[in-house]
Structures are given as C-alpha cells and as structure tokens.
Design a protein around this ligand. Structure first.
Ligand SMILES: C[S@@+](CC[C@H](N)C(=O)[O-])C[C@H]1O[C@@H](n2cnc3c(N)ncnc32)[C@H](O)[C@@H]1O
Length: 241
C-alpha cells in the first residue's frame, strides 16, 4: 500500500500539528488529512475562536463535521479532565461509527500541545497517528533570525510559569534558554535574566508567523506582561554562531 493511502481509512484518528500560525507552514500530510477527514476537531476557548481552526480555515470544506472542544483558559482549572474525557469519548464514538477524525493542535502536538490530554485517553482504546507540526520554538528562531543551537549547545525550554529559583537553576546548564508561556510572567523573566547576566542577550517574539507578529530585543520591551503567544530566547553567546 502506498504511503498515505491509509489516510482515507474509515474511523482513523489523527492528532495533527497545524504549525504556529502561518497557514503555509502546514505540512503536506497535515493538509491532506485536514481536507479529507470526515470530522475536524479543535480546542477553543469558552468564548471566542479556535487559533488552530483559524490557521486552517481556508482549507476546511462544507461537508466536514466540525467539533469545537471548549476549554476554560483559567489556569486553576487546567487541565480540565472532565472536558478532555468527554471530548475523547465523542471522538472515539465518531471513530467507532466509521468517521475519520482529525484533531488539530497549534504548533506541534507533542511539544506542550493540548492534544496530548486527548492522546492519553484515546490511545488506550485505539491507535492514533500523530502528524508533527512546525513548533513555535523553531518558528520563533527563524523569525528572529537567531540560530538555536550549534555543536554541543544544550537547549533548555523553560515554562515561565516556574518559580524564579527553579528557573535560575535550569539556566545554569543551558546554552540556549527558550521561555514559553511568558504572558503575565514577563516581568519576572526580565528580572531573572538581568540577575544572571543574560538580559542584553535576550530576544522577544509574540505571535510568531501570525499576521500581528512582533519581534524585538527584550531590552526594548517596556511592558511586564505579554500576550499568550510569546517567547523569549537568550543564548549565552548571543546566538549559536
Ligand atoms: C501550550 S504551549 C503550545 C506549544 C505548541 N504546541 C508548539 O508546538 O509551539 C503554548 C506556548 O507556546 C508558545 N507559542 C505557541 N505558538 C506561538 C507563536 N505563534 N508565537 C509565539 N509563541 C508561541 C507560547 O509561549 C505559548 O504560551
């Protein structure tokens, strides 16, 4: 059987990375699955649009069933197990009735992707194929024109939500530090980077590859909070060159 032929298989379930924002950063495989699946599911906030869906909106067809998985953005409720369980049950039911299901995930599904909460519930019942996507980490490096790592460099991806003391520990062994989930922790990260002598080497990006993308050195950012889609990168040598 030719590779890709299995994509029309009835009842198949995929977790599909749709990349960081630019619809052209979708893989050919993701495009094929998204345009042929019977059901397209995606996470969405309780109120508002799904970012993952907006990335592929131009590719969706009228004859596809759409299924928004409404998830509260309140960190105190995260991850909302009951919602993921119900969504997994619904996806499984579609699949059992012979409909193929593409579950969209912004960026890459297994790089801090929300899809993994569904994956752990679905994969125990049925095989699930993961289609990797361009992650925000690699997209941000490209947009900032800052190589991530060379030779023996160690990259550390650090959620900005961690305590300051843990972040400082992690920074000790990193050549390149990439802070995700910056949001309301921007001020804290600035202070830490200043204390460890990395502030002037740090760069900031928000909404990488989306229409409102913004890039800057961290020193030029006066605010102490950032949008949800933002990343800070600091390489010990300035860049991995
Ligand atoms: C829950 S993680 C999801 C990561 C995603 N699965 C990926 O592969 O990039 C969310 C964090 O990823 C980062 N992020 C995701 N997309 C981004 C984008 N387009 N621009 C900047 N940061 C992004 C932000 O730091 C955000 O807080």
């Amino acid at each position: 059987m030719a590779r890709g032929k299995e994509m029309t298989e009835p009842g198949k379930i995929w977790g599909v990375g749709v990349g960081p924002g630019d619809p052209e950063l979708l893989t050919l495989k993701a495009h094929r699955i998204i345009t042929t699946a019977d059901v397209v599911a995606y996470p969405a906030p309780n109120n508002g649009n799904s970012v993952a869906r907006s990335i592929v909106a131009d590719y969706l067809k009228d004859n596809q069933t759409e299924f928004a998985i409404r998830i509260s953005m309140d960190p105190a409720q995260f991850p909302p197990r009951d919602i993921y369980q119900r969504a997994a049950d619904d996806i499984f039911a579609h699949s059992e009735e012979g409909r193929s299901v593409a579950v969209l995930c912004e960026g890459d599904p297994f790089f801090y992707g929300s899809f993994m909460y569904l994956f752990e519930r679905l994969a125990i019942r049925k095989s699930v194929e993961i289609v990797p996507g361009v992650s925000s980490m690699t997209a941000s490096a490209a947009a900032l024109q800052i190589p991530l790592a060379s030779r023996n460099d160690v990259i550390s991806v650090i959620p900005a939500t961690l305590d300051a003391s843990e972040i400082k520990e992690r920074l000790k062994t990193a050549d390149m530090a990439i802070f995700i989930k910056v949001g309301r922790h921007l001020g804290k990260i600035k202070t830490i980077l200043d204390e460890v002598g990395l502030f002037d080497k740090a760069n900031y990006i928000e909404r990488a590859t989306m229409q409102a993308e913004k890039t800057s050195s961290l020193a030029d950012i006066v605010e102490d909070t950032a949008p949800y889609f933002s990343i800070i990168m600091a390489h010990r040598r300035g860049a991995a060159l």
